[in-house]
Ligand binder design. Structure first.
Ligand code: GLU
Length: 469
């Protein structure tokens, strides 16, 4: 009988959820979903100095936005302290852990001496109980730490589902402190007890944790607990191959929401970063879950590619139902207009028509909102540009066009036909008409196709703006 898969995502709320963390969460989630297993969310909040409720909320919001729903949890480590203390006591009683009274100062000088002798810096085992060994007398006034009695010889190894066989010599591993002088448990210990208690079968996490894994495995073995499978995924690098950093790229998941990325685009993009299904670039969540195989995760690091993300986002924007897309754009436009004194009401023109006009050329929802914003601002003629663009060579054609525009049938085909016939009648090319028209309508030389813009603004507004010719 195979055990049902239970995976977990275990962020520390010392910052917002980053794209690297989101990818780890995505792979853990997909591994559970692929087999109908359980995805556990655990908040590792024991770093009380750096953990904040705001970060917890931001992480939960990001997971919700990405629609990576947990089936169990969220558990909070700070609420599990009693359990950790119990296990520490049990290990002390079993002899798999021991009190160590070596002070911080003694440890520092021990390390300095080891360094000077060119030895590996580690705890020297003074307080480690062994058969036939007499321990020193317990000093007064020293609150002890509790150390794990790590094996002194042999190796600890595991077949990493991403990286293959990884092996450490036990002699390289310290007798890890599992409880501090004030009794609070340490990071690696909490992770072990949680993974055990929560029945985690697969630990998928960033490869910055590889060095923690042998320590965690040895503690699990000492507790006679089953060992999960481990898979360590390599980091995401910046486009230039260096470490991804806030200074160079947006890293927080909710920054991508703010910039106007769709969660389905970001998820699709993250899924392809270190995992693949043939040449498929675009796939649904359902396909991803169905295809996901943890053994296909890449063991080499992947590079963040904003162009590809934009391409995918454009794809998903254009797949969206037109009405739903317009509803997503509206609050973004309103937010922009709230900061303007020359704003018009958003029902002045059809936002849906504006969205339809711009969506194919936009990478983000914000690109569309920025284009839409231009329509909802009170118009002031850009006299400098108008004077620059209108001259004796094109004024007669422009006036002719404007005169006929007053009576033309107000639909795209007729307007286009009028543009063409006017150009032909005056023997001129499109830019001679297009550029001045755009200068008059929007005060800028560029805009999407004129016929579409005319339809959105309506005859009255168009004629009124063109009257500045
Ligand atoms: N809390 C750790 C982190 O945010 C993850 C620990 C783990 O996955 O085992 O890096």
């Amino acid at each position: 009988m195979t055990t049902a898969i239970r995976t977990r995502f275990a962020p520390s709320p010392t910052g917002a959820l980053h794209i690297g963390g989101a990818r780890t969460a995505l792979f853990s989630w997909a591994l559970a979903k692929h087999s109908g297993g359980t995805f556990v969310l655990r908040i590792e909040d024991t770093d009380v100095e750096r953990s904040t409720q705001q970060n917890v909320d931001e992480i939960l919001n990001s997971m919700k936005w990405l629609d990576l729903t947990h089936d169990d949890g969220p558990y909070y480590q700070m609420q599990r302290m009693a359990r950790y203390r119990d296990v520490v006591q049990q290990m002390l009683a079993d002899g798999t852990a021991y009190y160590c009274y070596t002070s911080r100062e003694e440890l520092d000088s021990m390390r300095a001496a080891q360094k000077e002798r060119g030895e590996r810096e580690k705890y020297d085992g003074t307080w480690r109980p062994e058969a036939g060994k007499t321990l020193p007398a317990i000093p007064d006034g020293v609150a002890p730490v509790v150390r794990f009695k790590n094996p002194l010889s042999g190796t600890t190894s595991w077949v990493d589902v991403v990286k293959g066989l990884i092996q450490f010599d036990n002699v390289e591993l310290d007798d890890l402190i599992i409880a501090r002088p004030d009794g609070t448990p340490t990071y690696n210990f909490c992770v072990v007890i949680d993974d055990w208690d929560m029945g985690i079968t697969h630990v998928i996490r960033g490869d910055d944790h590889v060095n923690n894994t042998p320590k965690q495995i040895n503690i699990l073995k000492a507790l006679n607990a089953p060992l999960p499978e481990y898979g360590h995924i390599p980091m995401i690098l910046a486009p230039d191959g260096t470490k991804l950093s806030k200074r160079k790229n947006a890293t927080a998941v909710m920054d991508y929401e703010a910039m106007g990325y769709l969660p389905e685009a970001l998820l699709n993009y993250l899924a392809r970063l270190g995992w693949g299904h043939g040449d498929d670039e675009v796939f649904t969540r359902e396909q991803f879950v169905a295809w996901f195989d943890v053994s296909q995760l890449s063991s080499s690091s992947s590079q963040w590619d904003p162009k590809k993300l934009n391409w995918l986002n454009n794809h998903y924007i254009n797949q969206k139902d037109q009405q739903a897309l317009t509803q997503m754009i509206l609050p973004r436009v309103q937010k922009r207009l709230a900061q303007r004194e020359d704003a018009l009401p958003t029902d002045t023109y059809s936002l849906s028509d504006i969205v339809a006009l711009y969506k194919s050329r936009s990478d983000t929802l914000e690109d569309i909102a920025a284009a839409a914003e231009m329509f909802y601002l009170k118009h002031t003629p850009n006299t400098a540009l108008i004077n620059e663009q209108i001259n004796d060579a094109n004024r007669p054609m422009l006036l002719d066009f404007i005169a006929k525009l007053k009576t033309v049938e107000w639909q795209k085909e007729a307007i286009n036909a009028l543009i063409k016939s006017t150009l032909a009648a005056h023997g001129l090319k499109m830019p001679m008409l297009g550029v001045p028209l755009r200068a008059l309508l929007f005060g800028q030389a560029q805009s999407p196709s004129l016929d579409a813009v005319f339809m959105i603004l309506g005859r009255d507004v168009v004629l009124q703006r063109l009257s500045a010719a």
